[in-house]
Design a protein around this ligand. Structure first.
Ligand code: SF4
Length: 950
């Protein structure tokens, strides 16, 4: 039993149970640090370090560094964080399960028991990212969308089903159940976890805080419940899954003191948009944010979760709320057991961490004030979540943006007929879009928005030949023009997890229907909650039928419009938008709105609360002031927003009759039984996956094909050739694109050779379970510029010594045959953008041994090490340009095999074609001793595999 600091103490876990915990107060008594002044989020990370302090993965000094966290000047150290569990969504989760399956195959080939490969911490994968709004405004929409989803994702789901039965610690929540972060909040999160153990010969139970990482940036939603967690890339999640720490830099913690109360008519969505604007301006990127004070205490957990959810939008690593009685009340209300609730409360009381801190009790790096009474009803957009607009100013803002020059962030319309409306007929069974693959699925990263824009711009063109099984559109006619609302979506776990705003939407719909208002058929309306609990309470309160009457029928339980799966618009609408170059609008309760994310043809996208989504659907346009102008004509004349807006009392009364713990218990069990379509999917069984060579979605990756227990010596890199020379700010999407697969690209040619028509290529993102496609797609972004072939874009390079121009993949293949090692040269911020495992995996599989860059994005650097690729950094202001490297030279690193150390300086020998030799210095960007181990083993996965087999 690890007890390096002698802090393992007994405590009363409640309901007659004794437990043990690693006591932070005891650590303070030992004089290790002034722990009681630390932010709660730092203390939870400290507990993990204390409990896992084995001198290998976590060292004594890690505990001491964190215990002495200096608010104003945090140590510039990487913290190893061993998390309690992992959550995945299907898009980023499939490649991880593929890797686990490949590890099992490797173990079997070695004649050992494949069951050795098992996630060491619980892993939950929620299939939520694949459902698209093809059908809407109909009672059959849910069923029809589900059918389309299963048709499109059959192969992936079949594979996941195998994973579900093969791994004990892997739980799969099938499609049609909910959205990962809402399911996490309502069901998966436990607050504290425990592990059976033996202490001094006695059977005991050790309790520890629930902590996690997830392969989705909005994992931070769980921070609202006092659970520490955030989004990471695939390789880090894999490391966490296999018991390895996730590393992060000691953060600054911004304390936001909340005072006052939200005013009548102001929602949690208004609050989060206010916070997003406020914290964006405060530059909290890479920092923890902790909310506290009496205002924070007054917020129920769903409101806190909405605020935690949008951490990526305000840029923070987390948006955390400490644990208090509201947190316990939420666990009770959502059907968690009495034992769980008691253990949660007692644990944090024993750690002296229970209760919302008051001003002055904690030391924060930065202190900010927020009076909840200042928050106003608002929307955010039209292009960024931090651009908040007070509701009365929306019409004015939209009109001014319409004519503002494009360079100044406007739409640059000079047309005098800005108010013109165009009649659109929505008749008959229209030709349909079929498979509109979505692109990237919610990974994280500072430059995520830029990346997603690129990916969405590169989306595959829908194939009109692929008919949906029935006409998905509403019929009738309508007028559209600039500012017309064409998509109105109650979407996203950000808001659908919050009963107060969902019920407010239902109450508003009820009043609207009673006043005789209707939604124009040109508006694509949808309701996609993050759990079936929402449907239960909307039905029980009788509000769903009013939402239905306005077209907000249930379309699915999944991300839908929030991730850009809004589905096609009626072709005549799309035609009108294109013909008249309309700046049309979407209104949605999601968290991101940059251009083309929601829909390729919708340029103005406004984030807002669910009741406002209904209100703007009714109004049909955004260029108005809903505080003064009527929303529409009811049966008794003009109807205003104030006539429809539910009071706080109305919402509270409805809520009390709706939310019951037994509903959560009933709906969160036996998932497979509740989804017959899932049961219909045939699945292979067995411990080892039977790789199907016919599948082009799932393929055994080459990482473990020749795996052996022997750790090969670190070898010098001799006479390596550059595969690519890149400038500054090459993103992970440049390295491993997620969007469309070009027919003429190596991946496209490969798929064609497999008999796949380009219309069925789908995206790189959806083929991440197939290394053969992904390796061909590495450095294949159509916009990447390889300086070895000046003036070109796309994945081309020159093969040397012949100087022949060819695709990067073909060159890599040729070099592999010639036994020539490869390197990449790059400028500053190499690997910026979303953390993407395939950016490192693809680099490795192309045969790249080292990358030499001017600087790295933090996570991509660690991903390269995680895949056994050596990251090196130019020093002394030297660059590829200053060395006049054009790709014809060769590079040798000769002392690598002797004493590789973190941060070591190495000499590179550069040989030019005329036989001259020069030398330059680089710094090894392997930053920690454990990373040396990863590198020596050829990456983190072989490292862990060998440990498990040993
Ligand atoms: S609903 Fe949106 S925020 Fe939530 S998991 Fe899906 S894509 Fe992410």
């Amino acid at each position: 039993m690890i007890d390096e600091f002698k802090t393992l103490k007994k405590f009363d876990a409640g309901k007659g149970r004794d437990g043990f915990l690693y006591s932070l107060p005891a650590l303070e008594e030992e004089g290790v640090g002034k722990i009681s002044r630390l932010p709660a989020s730092i203390r939870i990370v400290l507990e993990s370090a204390l409990r896992n302090c084995d001198g290998v993965k976590v060292q004594r000094k890690d505990v001491e560094t964190l215990a002495n966290w200096n608010a104003k000047e945090p140590a510039n150290e990487e913290i190893p964080f061993v998390v309690a569990r992992i959550v995945l969504q299907d898009f980023t989760g499939v490649p991880l399960v593929v890797d686990l399956a490949a590890m099992r195959s490797a173990v079997k080939r070695l004649g050992r028991d494949p069951k050795i490969i098992e996630p060491l911490v619980p892993v939950d994968l929620v299939v939520d990212h694949s459902v698209q709004v093809d059908f809407f405004g109909s009672p059959r929409a849910l069923q029809l969308n589900l059918e389309m989803e299963f048709k499109r994702n059959h192969e992936r789901y079949q594979f996941l089903k195998w994973g579900q039965q093969a791994f004990k610690t892997f739980q799969l929540i099938p499609p049609g159940i909910g959205i990962v972060h809402q399911v996490n909040l309502e069901y998966l999160a436990k607050g504290v976890l425990s592990q059976k153990s033996e202490i001094s010969g006695q059977k005991s139970e050790i309790f520890y805080p629930d902590t996690l990482v997830g392969t989705d940036s909005h994992t931070t939603m769980i921070n609202g419940l006092g659970v520490v967690g955030w989004g990471v890339g695939g390789i880090e999640a894999e490391a966490g899954m296999l018991g390895q720490p996730v590393y992060f830099l000691t953060p600054e913690v911004v304390g936001v003191h909340m005072a006052g109360r939200l005013r009548e008519g102001v929602t949690a969505t208004d609050l989060v948009l206010h916070i997003t604007e406020m914290l964006r301006a405060q530059k909290v990127v890479g920092k923890f944010v902790e909310f506290y004070g009496e205002g924070a205490a007054s917020l129920p957990v769903p409101d806190r979760a909405t605020i935690g959810n949008m951490s990526p939008e305000y840029g923070a690593t987390m948006g955390f709320f400490p644990i208090d009685s509201e947190s316990v009340a939420y666990l009770h209300a959502t059907g968690r057991t009495e034992e769980q609730c008691a253990a949660f409360e007692n644990y944090f009381r024993a750690q002296k961490m229970f209760g919302m801190p008051r001003k002055g009790e904690i030391d924060y790096s930065v202190d900010l004030e927020l009076n909840l009474g200042d928050v106003q009803s608002a929307v955010a957009g039209p292009k960024r979540p931090q651009d908040r607009i007070n509701l009365p100013a929306l019409g004015e803002t939209f009109r001014s943006l319409l004519i503002k020059p494009v360079e100044e962030g406007g739409y640059g319309k000079r047309d005098v007929r800005l108010n013109a409306k165009h009649l659109v007929q929505l008749n008959g069974s229209a030709p349909t879009d079929g498979d509109m693959p979505s692109t990237d699925k919610g990974e994280l990263g500072a430059a995520e928005e830029r990346n997603k824009l690129e990916m969405i711009a590169n989306r595959p063109t829908p194939d009109p030949a692929k008919e949906l099984p029935a006409d998905p559109f509403r019929h009738g006619q309508g007028q559209i023009g600039h500012g017309s609302v064409l998509i109105a979506a109650i979407t996203s776990c950000t808001n659908t997890s919050n009963p107060s705003v969902m019920l407010a939407a239902g109450l508003l719909a009820k009043k609207a229907v009673e006043r005789g208002l209707r939604v124009d058929p040109v508006v694509k309306t949808s309701l996609a909650p993050g759990s079936r609990v929402v449907t239960d309470y909307l039905n029980k309160t009788g509000l769903q039928k009013y939402l239905d009457q306005l077209g907000f029928n249930l379309v699915g339980y999944g991300c839908t419009t929030c991730i850009g799966n809004s589905g096609p618009l009626h072709p005549n609408i799309e035609k009108a938008i294109n013909n008249y170059d309309l700046i049309a609008a979407s209104v949605l309760s999601g968290n991101r709105n940059f251009e083309a994310r929601v829909h390729q043809n919708i340029k103005a996208n406004f984030l807002m609360s669910p009741p406002l989504v209904v209100a703007f659907a009714l109004a049909g346009r955004v260029d108005l002031d809903l505080s003064k102008e009527p929303i529409g004509q009811g049966k008794d004349g003009d109807v205003y927003l104030r006539d429809l807006w539910p009071s706080l009392i109305e919402i509270r009364d409805t809520m009390q009759s709706a939310l019951k713990p037994e509903v959560f218990r009933k709906l969160y069990r036996a998932f497979a039984d509740q989804n017959p379509k899932w049961n219909e999917i045939p699945s292979s069984t067995g411990e080892v996956y039977q790789w199907d060579e016919k599948s082009d979605y799932i393929h055994e990756p080459l990482f473990f094909k020749d795996f052996s227990m022997e750790v090969s010596k670190i070898e010098n890199i001799v006479n390596a050739r550059p595969l690519g020379i890149f400038g500054d700010s090459v993103t992970t999407d440049h390295i491993s694109p997620a969007g469309a697969i070009k027919a003429s690209s190596p991946a496209g040619e490969y798929l064609k050779s497999r008999g796949i028509d380009p219309s069925d290529f789908n995206s790189y993102g959806s083929r991440r379970g197939n290394d053969l496609v992904m390796t061909r797609g590495t450095f294949a972004n159509v916009r990447i510029k390889n300086l070895m072939v000046p003036g070109t874009e796309g994945g081309v390079t020159k093969h040397f010594p012949d100087g022949e121009t060819m695709s990067i993949f073909d060159a890599a293949l040729k070099y592999q045959k010639e036994n020539v090692p490869l390197i990449i040269l790059a400028g500053h911020e190499y690997g910026t953008g979303s953390s993407r495992d395939w950016a490192a995996k693809g680099t490795k599989l192309l045969g790249v041994k080292a990358v030499i860059a001017a600087s790295y994005e933090r996570i991509h650097r660690s991903n390269l090490v995680g895949m056994g690729v050596l990251p090196l950094q130019f020093v002394d202001g030297v660059t590829a340009e200053s060395l006049a490297i054009d790709g014809s030279q060769t590079f040798s690193i000769k002392r690598l095999s002797e004493t590789l150390q973190p941060g070591q300086q190495l000499t590179i020998e550069l040989k030019t074609t005329d036989g001259k030799t020069r030398y330059f210095q680089v710094r090894v960007r392997i930053d920690t001793p454990i990373e040396i181990d990863y590198y020596r083993h050829g990456g983190i996965l072989p490292f862990v595999l060998r440990q498990l087999l040993a």
